[in-house]
Write a protein that binds this ligand. Structure first.
Ligand code: FAD
Length: 556
């Protein structure tokens, strides 16, 4: 049947759009991982959300929010500063839905205050369910999740200042998206941002030159700049600045306690490769008011509590982008014919899709396994050690592989994948940022090296668990020995990436072993333990192809 009668030709052999489907219910790898690592009942909320997220109307919000990026309104008509960001209504709607769904707060809601503040750390609950939802939402629109993620993670840094945590938590946990530009204490719900990166250095935050002068008690005045300050419309920011005692973390509200606009002078918005629905600004702090969070000189240690959580979100976001790229590619290949067969039946295409499906399934499996470690780390030291060591390894491996993955998924759609009417260009442009922010690739690899060598006993315990979970996989014992040798050799930073990739492969296989069919886990081990995996589709996966594609996206 032709799709439409043109006077010059018939339209046929074009793929129906992937809309009005439940992205959670059709995602076996996601549901399997949730079942293995989450708690009973997690899937109910997720499947409800999956139905809403897959509607044509919701997908249209994602397109609109990116095709109508935010605008900076520094001055009003009279030349007075207002430092406002104007967003398209679609962006506000995406924010409202994500915040109401609990993405900015769910892990910290309903916790008794004494547990919240145990050891000055905020131990949340339900990270697995939240990460699963974060993955789903990211696949559809990731840009708006920047402030959502920072709000969620910011609570962990606030745990170093009980008074501020207590004041802000009800406004975070309210699940109300209140976009009004007013002091946070007058609002129903708030969002938080983060300012660390300066012109002279982002990875090396100790080189920050922004200065903090104490006014009284925990009140300070901050002067300097930030070269990247995403989501500048947030109600308050966790900011690093140099105080007398060294680099310190501060909470900087948009409005001063007397209700006047605080001295955050937005300079311009970044013109970015992707992440276009999100506003990322350059800002000057002109005697900006802020409260100290944690002791002077402990800025990195305080804000790292936040960064550890944002890294978890970089992982689930990358996994979500990959999964959406895969679903679009499989959908296309099942409908499009070339050379008398559906693409999905062409052996080279089947191999490519199956290879992509292995990486996508491993990504969500290990993302949720990591989230489980966050849930358990308060009471189980091995889980805390796992979270510490494996988070940077997986952030490195998955966030770095996502752009290449999405490029391959895009090519599965041929030219239709390259044009802006398809979601793939947006997914592709979005992917690299997860590898850059919250600690770029080498910084993650060096962090793995640091964690592995700092606490050898904890590292041994984590490796022992991973070895146990992968013992029946081909070459797993060799991989474990290689990792041990890389740690023991202590060859310095030059081996950081090799160690990180090996550790990520082992941890991913171990996660798959707990939630995926054995044949799939074995295929992962066979094709990913050698560190030479550069292009998709060049692996021998014949027998597994059908199962992999059916798990990734059921044919009917
Ligand atoms: C869209 C976007 C939004 C952002 N939003 C925010 C925000 O809201 N708040 C914020 O604080 N920051 C934000 N950032 C900044 C981001 O966190 C930094 O860009 C990142 O941390 C890297 O810092 P840098 O750009 O200064 O690069 P550099 O620190 O100069 O690093 C450059 C490269 O060198 C590598 N490198 C650094 N040190 C070493 C080493 N010792 N050995 C080997 N390699 C090394 C890094 O891995 C990186 O690849 C944002 C960035 C982007 C792209």
């Amino acid at each position: 049947m032709p799709l439409e009668e043109f006077t010059t030709h018939e339209v046929f052999n074009q793929t129906p759009p992937l809309v009005d489907i439940n992205f959670a219910a059709l995602d076996q790898p996601l549901l399997g991982a949730l079942d293995a690592f989450g708690v009973k009942g997690d899937a109910t909320h997720l499947v409800e959300q999956g139905a809403m997220l897959g509607t044509a109307a919701h997908l249209e919000l994602a397109r609109l929010a990116n095709e109508n990026p935010p605008k900076l309104k520094i001055f009003d008509a009279r030349g007075l500063r207002q430092d406002l960001i104007e967003f398209h209504p679609a962006y506000h709607e995406l924010m409202r839905r994500s915040i109401e769904a609990g993405l900015a707060s769910s892990t910290f809601e309903n916790l008794p205050a004494d547990r919240v503040l145990a050891n000055g750390k905020l131990h949340g609950k339900g990270h697995v369910a939240r990460s699963a939802l974060h993955y789903l939402v990211s696949g559809i629109e990731a840009g708006h999740l920047c402030p959502v993620t920072m709000t969620h993670a910011g609570s962990a840094a606030l745990a170093s200042a009980a008074t501020h945590l207590k004041a802000l938590m009800p406004l975070i946990a309210s699940r109300v998206y209140d976009a009004s530009f007013r002091p946070f204490w007058e609002k129903q719900g708030i969002t938080l941002g983060m300012g660390m990166t300066e012109k002279q250095g982002g990875s090396d935050v100790r080189a920050n030159t922004t200065r903090a002068r104490q006014i009284a008690g925990d009140e300070y005045e901050i002067t300097g700049h930030k070269w990247f300050l995403s989501a500048p419309m947030c109600d308050a920011f966790l900011v690093l600045a140099q105080a007398v005692g060294g680099l310190t973390c501060f909470l900087m509200p948009r409005f001063r306690p007397d209700g006047a606009l605080n001295g955050l002078h937005l300079q311009r918005l970044k013109d970015k490769l992707g992440n276009r629905s999100n506003a990322s600004s350059e800002v000057e702090f002109v005697k900006a008011f802020a409260w100290r969070i944690g002791p002077e000189g402990r800025g990195v240690q305080t804000i790292i509590e936040m960064v550890q959580l944002t890294r978890l979100d970089c992982i689930s976001s990358s996994a979500g982008l990959m999964r959406m790229g895969l679903a679009l590619a499989i959908n296309h290949a099942r409908h499009r014919s070339a050379f008398q067969r559906k693409l999905a039946q062409q052996p080279a295409m089947r191999m490519t899709l199956a290879d992509l499906a292995i990486s996508a399934e491993a990504a969500i499996a290990v993302a949720l396994r990591l989230a489980q470690a966050f849930d358990r780390s308060e009471k189980e030291p091995v889980q805390a050690a796992y979270a510490r060591l494996i988070t940077p390894a997986i952030k490195f491996a998955i966030c770095k592989s996502a752009p290449g993955f999405l490029y391959e998924a895009m090519e599965c759609l041929g030219g239709n994948g390259y044009v802006e009417e398809s979601p793939l260009p947006r997914l592709y442009r979005e992917a690299p940022v997860n590898a850059i922010w919250e600690g770029s690739g080498n910084i993650m690899a060096l962090d793995v090296l640091r964690a592995a060598s700092r606490d050898r006993e904890a590292t041994r315990a984590v490796l022992a668990e991973l070895a146990r979970q992968t013992h029946d996989l081909p070459e797993a014992d060799r991989l474990v020995e290689r990792i041990k040798a890389l740690i023991a050799q202590d060859e310095g930073q030059g081996s950081a990436r090799a160690l990180t990739l090996d550790l990520a492969a082992l941890a991913s296989a171990a996660a798959l072993a707990q939630c995926a069919p054995h044949a799939l886990t074995e295929a992962f081990a066979r094709t990913r333990f050698h560190r030479a995996h550069e292009l998709f589709g060049a692996n021998e996966l014949d027998e597994e192809c059908e199962q992999l594609l059916e798990r990734a996206l059921p044919a009917s």
